[in-house]
Design a protein around this ligand. Structure first.
Ligand code: NAD
Length: 476
């Protein structure tokens, strides 16, 4: 019997017809094949992995062109490496994760048996950002495919070459009913978010995340929101190796030109360590990036709008008496037509500056000095919950006080970023930095319905649970 789909759309939405047609096709396919066999899921995963490996060079070149400077080695580390880990983990665990899970039955329901079956949700929509345009679209897509879903991906319009290439390649490797890429800007994205997906997975800004949540709510579509915010990086008084800490902080801050959702957004430093840290940070940057101009390992700012936004944040801070310090390696004097922005520290910052309110997303690190850790915790807890938090030091009691005294999406101790690279740790935000987590089994379950099944035994007599209740109580 043909499925009537028109009732599924918001009455006030005028969806671009091609979007609607693709969704309809995937919807029908997902309802015609509810139980996608493991071999078929594995085949789709292999296909997506092959798409990546066969076209790694072309994809890296597209990212480089979109950024106006982001070398292939950087894309290999920042996007491909993480994707390879995701594929390996999915393939290793696919059979185990897909199996029904037996649960113990309480005495009053025995001798029945019970299990939780893991079923694909159906059609999953994925909206991605531009900063890691491969990892943050294909990672969730691979996980959704592994769980047996159909997938529609809407990558960012700010990396148009990469999005166009992804669309072309996915069309070449996959039938539209299994996986497809939809291109377009905010308008197309809004229409995409209005589709009645079985799950909508969004990675992007908190402001757009709100719109996505609103739109999905009208269809009662469950959402995962992977958002942004300001992630603090705390150096404790017990930090013994400031040079090592500065290297790791600079790495986390400057990877991808600072355009990383979990980059340390601002530094919180014991007052007496300021001069030593400035020195160590400058040294760490010189070690990793002997030059900024034309360096393929140092990503350019993605476009002029974001370049101007960053300049605006610095101008605002300077107007309020902050000091902006260039901590990059010696300038080479060569002209660099790209938008590579030299790394800076911002000293003498105050809470009322925009730089301490808005997510920075660039190679700019404000330094907040403190005397007592309690004042730091009060300030963190007064703001939106961060996506990530970093802590550097040796004293485990002081470390645990910060861990227990704050709520953030994730934490890395004595390094930065690495919790995102651990496939067995759920990755996600909390509060304004997001809801729902993925990676590993957490990701597989994100795109899975856990169906409760109770199987009654033929020996069961009902007894206890059936009326007449009065008579039962009398017997008791
Ligand atoms: P963005 O929110 O501007 O855009 C993200 C996507 O949303 C794009 O594909 C865009 O086309 C789409 N979009 C725009 N308007 C929409 C609408 N009305 N409805 C539905 N979709 C719409 O974010 P961005 O600038 O691409 O990415 C940067 C932000 O993403 C930062 O805040 C960063 O912290 C965050 N981020 C978070 C994570 C994470 O895993 N938590 C990862 C990367 C980036």
């Amino acid at each position: 019997m043909p499925v009537c789909l028109s009732f599924l759309y918001h009455s006030d939405m005028t969806l671009p017809s091609h979007l609607r047609a693709v969704f309809d096709e995937q919807f029908r396919a997902s309802r015609a094949q509810i139980d996608t066999p493991i071999e078929e899921r594995r085949r789709r995963l292999d296909l997506l992995e092959r798409l990546l490996t066969d076209n790694a060079e072309a994809l890296a070149a597209a990212v480089d062109a979109d950024f106006g400077g982001r070398g292939a080695a950087l894309t290999d580390i920042a996007d491909m490496f993480v994707l390879r880990a995701t594929f390996a983990e999915l393939k290793r665990n696919l059979v185990h994760w897909s199996k029904p899970k037996r649960v113990r039955t309480p005495i009053y329901l025995q001798p029945s048996t019970a299990r939780i079956e893991r079923q694909a949700l159906g059609v999953v929509g994925i909206i991605g950002p531009w900063n890691y345009p491969l990892q943050l679209t294909l990672g969730p897509a691979a996980t959704a495919l592994a769980a047996g879903n159909r997938v529609m991906v809407k990558p960012s319009e700010l990396t148009p070459g990469t999005s166009a290439l992804l669309a072309k390649l996915v069309k070449k490797y996959f039938p539209e009913s299994e996986m497809t890429v939809v291109q377009g800007g905010a308008e197309e994205a809004a229409a995409f978010a209005a589709l009645p997906f079985d799950h909508l997975f969004f990675t992007g800004s908190t402001a757009v995340g709100r719109k996505v949540a609103e739109s999905a709510a009208r269809n009662l579509t469950p959402v995962t929101l992977e958002l942004g915010g300001k992630s603090p990086c705390i150096v404790d008084v017990s930090c013994e190796d400031l040079r090592d800490a500065a290297l790791k902080i600079a790495h986390g801050k400057l990877l991808n030109g600072g355009q990383t959702c979990i980059a340390p957004d601002y530094l919180v430093l014991p007052r007496h360590m300021e001069a030593a840290f400035v020195d160590a940070y400058r040294g760490a940057i010189a070690q990793m990036f002997p030059q900024v101009e034309g360096n393929p390992d140092y990503a350019a700012i993605v476009n002029e709008h974001h370049q101007a936004r960053l300049k605006g944040l610095l101008d605002d801070a300077v107007a309020l008496d902050a000091k902006v310090m260039d901590v990059g390696p010696a300038a080479t004097g060569t002209t660099d037509a790209s938008r590579r922005m030299r790394p800076v520290l911002v000293l003498d910052v105050r809470p009322d500056m925009r730089i301490m309110d808005e997510e920075i997303f660039g190679p700019v690190l404000p330094v907040v000095l403190y005397d007592q850790i309690d004042e730091v915790l009060v300030r963190i807890n007064a703001g939106p919950r961060p996506l990530a938090l970093y802590w550097f030091g040796e004293d485990t009691a002081r470390r645990d006080k910060v861990l227990r005294g704050t709520v953030s999406g994730g934490v890395t101790i004595n390094d930065t970023l690495l919790h995102v690279a651990h496939e067995r740790l759920p990755f996600g935000g909390v509060g304004e930095s997001g809801q729902g987590a993925y990676h590993g089994e957490a990701g597989f379950l994100r795109f899975t319905h856990q169906k409760s099944v109770l199987v009654q035994s033929r020996w069961a007599q009902g007894g206890l649970l059936y009326p007449p209740y009065g008579a039962r109580f009398e017997r008791i």
